[in-house]
Design a binder for this molecule. Structure first.
Ligand SMILES: Cc1cc2nc3c(=O)[nH]c(=O)nc-3n(C[C@H](O)[C@H](O)[C@H](O)COP(=O)(O)OP(=O)(O)OC[C@H]3O[C@@H](n4cnc5c(N)ncnc54)[C@H](O)[C@@H]3O)c2cc1C
Length: 386
């Protein structure tokens, strides 16, 4: 058992820290205030090749594993930034890498690796389906060498900042399939060609996340953009879920460490009643407890990532990592806010921004109830609860 990172992994951490130092709190605060996309940051990471980390070397990427990808995202959040602006490229890549045709990979991956194309949008959620993804109603109907797409999605992030979007749609209606996970298909939508047939309505939400309602009205997608086999899309998406959970866990761990560092520093410096507030157990212990929980979650995250990279089964570990890390980060966020008293609510301290941002990780891309349902049913063998 070796709990140490490799030299290469330590170096990746250092390199990302170096890049992040160029984008201090004031940068993220301003981006948040204006609800801007952190374009300069994403460009910089792309130029340096970090967003192509999971792309194999033969397509111009670095061929790194999920462990390394998770370190990159963790460090972005730990620096005070938000990796959500660019994490989707790492999540979605697996679907294209594992299930895309040789032609699709050649067509897209080198351009993504060079930063000429952005694959940052991933469209699954619908208003009438919610967490029950097999109930989605967006339909893709084959007409000759095209699929015609009609329907509606909600909470689809970065559609306006992406060139490409992965889309899950029904190719066989729900009531015509015996197995409800069949009849769903994944498409690569080239958003640059699709703008006239899709309507994108930005949603006003609690955080700066560039998420939208998207309406498809007769959008034509070439049949060659179908990923893998028609009707098997849900399986391909599920394949990517473990990677997604591990990466989200890493972002939560980055957030958690940021909260704990800030809280411990402020608690040691702020003097009230003649002594630092951190000398009081009511302030000190919640921070120490959150620290312990973040460190425990981190071990499960690296266990999950290691198994994933070894191509071992890791559903239990990936789900536990996502659950433990997002809950621990939320606990750290609360401890940090309490420690800062009224200043925790002042934008200039950045605590309120990170507080809002980290709360998302308990809900999206999958809510923690659904994670517990997975553990209850698939790991502990209890009856299906949904
Ligand atoms: C900022 C943001 C960005 C997002 N970006 C994307 C994106 O890019 N692409 C995309 O496809 N989606 C995206 N989503 C959607 C996200 O994945 C969903 O919001 C999430 O999966 C939950 O679905 P829902 O909101 O429909 O909640 P619902 O499914 O309506 O659930 C509501 C609550 O009920 C609970 N619940 C439901 N069923 C059960 C059950 N059987 N047992 C116990 N509890 C249950 C859920 O856990 C949740 O707490 C985003 C969401 C947000 C907020």
């Amino acid at each position: 058992m070796d709990f140490n990172l490799t030299q290469e992994q330590v170096q990746i951490r250092e390199e990302i820290r170096k890049v992040c130092r160029e984008f201090p709190d004031s940068y993220w605060r301003e981006v948040d205030r204006k609800k801007d996309y952190p374009d300069a940051f994403v460009r910089k990471l792309t130029e340096l090749g970090w967003l192509a980390a999971p792309i194999p070397e033969e397509y111009g990427g670095s061929g790194l594993g999920i462990t390394e990808a998770s370190i990159i995202l963790e460090e972005i959040n730990r620096s005070g930034g938000s990796a959500t602006a660019c994490h989707a490229q790492m999540y979605t890549m697996g679907t294209l890498l594992r299930h895309g045709s040789a032609d699709q990979k050649m067509r897209y991956l080198p351009k993504i690796a060079r930063g000429e194309l952005r694959l940052q949008a991933f469209a699954v959620t619908e208003p009438n389906a919610g967490s029950e993804s097999t109930r989605i109603q967006t339909a893709a109907v084959r007409r000759g060498d095209k699929y015609v797409i009609n329907g509606e999605k909600i909470f689809i992030s970065r559609v306006l900042e992406s060139d490409l979007m992965l889309l899950l749609a029904r190719t066989t209606p729900y009531d015509q399939v015996e197995d409800k996970t069949r009849g769903l298909s994944v498409f690569i939508v080239d958003l640059r060609e699709a703008r006239e047939k899709i309507e994108v309505k930005p949603l006003e939400i609690m955080i700066n996340h560039h998420t939208n309602s998207v309406f498809f009205d007769g959008l034509e997608v070439p049949a060659e953009n179908l990923i893998g086999e028609e009707g098997m899309g849900f399986r391909y998406i599920i394949d990517g879920w473990n990677a997604e959970r591990i990466l989200v866990a890493a972002e939560a761990i980055g957030d958690g460490r940021w909260f704990i560092e800030r809280a411990a520093k402020y608690a040691s410096e702020r003097v009230v009643f003649g002594r630092p507030i951190g000398a009081n157990q009511g302030i000190q212990f919640p921070i120490a407890q959150a620290h312990a929980r973040i460190e425990a979650a981190d071990l499960v995250r690296f266990q999950a990532a290691t198994k994933f990279d070894r191509k071992e089964r890791c559903g239990a570990e990936a789900n536990m990592a996502k659950f433990l890390a997002s809950e621990a980060s939320w606990e750290a966020a609360n401890a940090c806010l309490t420690t800062h008293g009224g200043y925790g609510f002042a934008a200039e301290y950045d605590v309120e921004r990170k507080f809002r941002e980290t709360r998302l990780l308990t809900v999206a891309p999958v809510s923690n109830n659904l994670v517990l349902a997975y553990l209850g049913q698939h790991v502990l063998g209890m009856p299906k609860s949904y």
